[in-house]
Design a protein around this ligand. Sequence first.
Ligand code: AMP
Length: 884
Amino acid sequence: MRGWGPPGRSAASPSAPASPAGRYPAPRRAPLWTCLLLCAALRTLLASPSNEVNLLDSRTVMGDLGWIAFPKNGWEEIGEVDENYAPIHTYQVCKVMEQNQNNWLLTSWISNEGASRIFIELKFTLRDCNSLPGGLGTCKETFNMYYFESDDEHGRNIKENQYIKIDTIAADESFTELDLGDRVMKLNTEVRDVGPLSKAGFYLAFQDLGACIALVSVRVYYKRCPSVVRHLAVFPDTITGADSSQLLEVAGSCVNHSVTEEPPRMHCSAEGEWLVPIGKCMCKAGYEEKNGTCQVCRPGFFKASPHSQSCSKCPPHSYTQEEASTSCVCEKDYFRRESDPPTMACTTPSPITNVKKGKIAKNSISLSWQEPDRPNGIILEYEIKYFEKDQETSYTIIKSKETTMTAEGLKPASVYVFQIRARTAAGYGVFSRRFEFETIPVSVAASSDQSQIPIIAVSVTVGVILLAVVMGFLLSGSCCECGCGRASSLCAVAHPSLIWRCGYSKAKQDPEEEKMHFHNGHIKLPGVRTYIDPHTYEDPNQAVHEFAKEIEASCITIERVIGAGEFGEVCSGRLKLPGKRELPVAIKTLKVGYTEKQRRDFLGEASIMGQFDHPNIIHLEGVVTKSKPVMIVTEYMENGSLDTFLKKNDGQFTVIQLVGMLRGIAAGMKYLSDMGYVHRDLAARNILINSNLVCKVSDFGLSRVLEDDPEAAYTTRGGKIPIRWTAPEAIAFRKFTSASDVWSYGIVMWEVVSYGERPYWEMTNQDVIKAVEEGYRLPSPMDCPAALYQLMLDCWQKDRNSRPKFDEIVNMLDKLIRNPSSLKTLVNASSRVSTLLAEHGSLGSGAYRSVGEWLEAIKMGRYTEIFMENGYSSMDAVAQVTLE
Ligand code: AMP
């Protein structure tokens, strides 16, 4: 310690005499038990945060600290050990009775490990001077802390005045004898920082000028932003800057299998926090993000671009057997246009291109066309849409099984636009381009008619004779069944009431054609069909035979059981009617031992379904009533019911695919409401979906539908109602209308966008009724386009007249599909969170043990971090959150 000591004060000056024992309460060491308690607590409770790196922690040094006291009888180390026999490096000095104290305690050299700003945390106790009787003029309640920078360990012999003062340290709490007697140890913690540092290390020094201090621990540390992976970029451990307000910009590097368009950067704050992320990495095509890494897409899944979030299941009729696929290849005989995105299903046919005009008259145009080059299986029928040029809102649709058709009832000298598309088991192909043909003027037609008179006269005569022959034939025997052995066209001519059940009726030119007129999307009167309630028939069997075709059981092959219906098993199988292609079908059976009422109710569904013909309504093929088991045969929907299908494929579809499903359901419902049919039980479980993701409304019935539905509950007014799906006026006073179906449609929208989530989760039916009555509505599903959620809210207007009509819903969805960018704006997370808190949190949060569990239960698990970051870590805290 040569050279040590302040000017004017002798390094060798003797310490002041000790206080006379017994006269003053002798300053004394803290008893060992106090130290043990204190040190054990310190070791466990005061572990450093992860963004602090210790350069020295006197509590963790096992051997000699190597600190030096000057003069030697000033600071002294208490040679105690803790319960693990580890030394407790506590230094104390207490020369409060002696004049001119100048006691220094010097640490050993501390490397700063490259940090330019360091922190010193002191833990100490300080004796309250007032507690020392005798009016001690010399007693102090502070001490000083100094540092001296040096590149190596040789700087320790420098003079006292070369040290730079960091600060005078005072106690927040000082202790008295009484405190000690009560075993209360008032430990002070003070932190000071020093910077910028320019050398490799430094010494610290503690100067006592006459206080009674126990320095329990000294921790020296610097702060860093710990290595982190954010937005798929790795940011290295970064020591904070020298300045307390400095933000260091740090470049991140993309994790394996990820790429970037804007290089990722973040800022390391002086407090060791990462702030202001800029840019990001994205998993490259064929990889998806999981837990901060990029994982390969499994076989059967693909990701086309780094911008897509996750790997998606191959679209219908495509596959991949490779890992890391960026697209899926179409199955044999299925195609995707080059301009189609890889998310699109592979389909056929390609459109019809070759449309030729045939005979053109003043009121009619005949056309013919060729089958498409690559039909997707057997063509079931063609759909021909036509309208007068520039009058597109008023169009006619004809269905034909032939490759020819004649449009009649046209205006003379007018141009008509035609478009044709084919339908196969895989659904409709795209419409052909527009073909324009003009009817001939009246004058031209008249002159040609004159020249045709002799021909017509002969034709009429032949026609009358033929008609007489046919009538005679028909009157001699009945032929009214479309069973396996009969010709359907004869049925159509013979018995008008059977026309419908034999399939296609209305076109004059061909019994295989059906014609419908549309105006502004509505079917035009007088051709409009309305739904006939089978209850209006005295004999329910008559209703079945009016609307449903009787099928011979021998035409049906049952293959396997696919579900359980209220009346018996539901099977899949095949239907082969004579002269027709074999079809995959679903077969509902009526279990043996049924009552007459059960049979009536079972077949009631067929009587209703048989009245409908729309691509988004489940199609009835016919019924088997003349043999047992009694069966209802419908088209087969490969993917079964929509709710189960969505749950199984959670998150697998693009928004456009989901909107496509919703569009189909809305179109089916529009058709039903135009027919005057109110469904009453519209829900995702009652929608069926086929392999092309075409959705069709099913489950028709009268009151019995509700009786069957496991979701239906009895209301106070009697009758069963599926509460969560039903409009308030229908629950309250059974006011079921198309407007109440619109409410249910809104719930179906919610189910679809949330992939089969249960509306209102686990709330009881009573709570749902109450909440809805009070104006609460389901919150937006996660990642829901704002336009869709708005439409849901519109469907849930209390005033049923303010809800949109189904044709408006279809139009709106069509607009969204035509303009997919309108679906990019999502309901923002914070409003979703606050709505949820308002609507679900208050109603359901009490049942959960942790915030995480609650958020998981309401499918908001991904927000857990946000809640934690904002201090909502307990359910109590969540309960305090207000909407604001
Ligand atoms: P349902 O009695 O109509 O509710 O039918 C019971 C179950 O059978 C449904 O949930 C479907 O899984 C299945 N199912 C009914 N009809 C069809 C169909 N046409 N195609 C495929 N699966 C069907």
